[in-house]
Design a protein. Sequence first.
Length: 143
Amino acid sequence: MGFSVKATTASGSGGYGTGFELNEDVITSVRYKTDTPDDENSRSNDVSAIITITGTLPQNEADLQETKKVAIWSLEKKSPYLNIVVQRVSAGLVMREYTFPRAFCVDYIEEFEEDAGNGKFTLIIKQEKKDVENVKIEGGYGA
């Protein structure tokens, strides 16, 4: 099947008010990373959770409106947090489901080329550091 991303208002202060949904027609890849400092000689308590989502900016109004919401969210400074759920579903099986309850945008990039119809985007999000223990990684059950 593919990927899906659902963003809703995060609980607590600083929650952004406008969510978005991206589906398998838009998302081409998802990369999850647990990040710790590379210069440590033992396990650090400084742990980050990062998701990189790449996709296309297809030539249909509904998907373009949802990706536009992502671009606008990427500029938010006062209330930057959203609850983000990313799923990878294949053959009726939820392979992975990542939940970041207070995610913020680290980087958002859009690219267009003159000779290609669709554009492409890259969205990099992180979980707010103080709540990294609330990140959920699930999967292995029917969709």
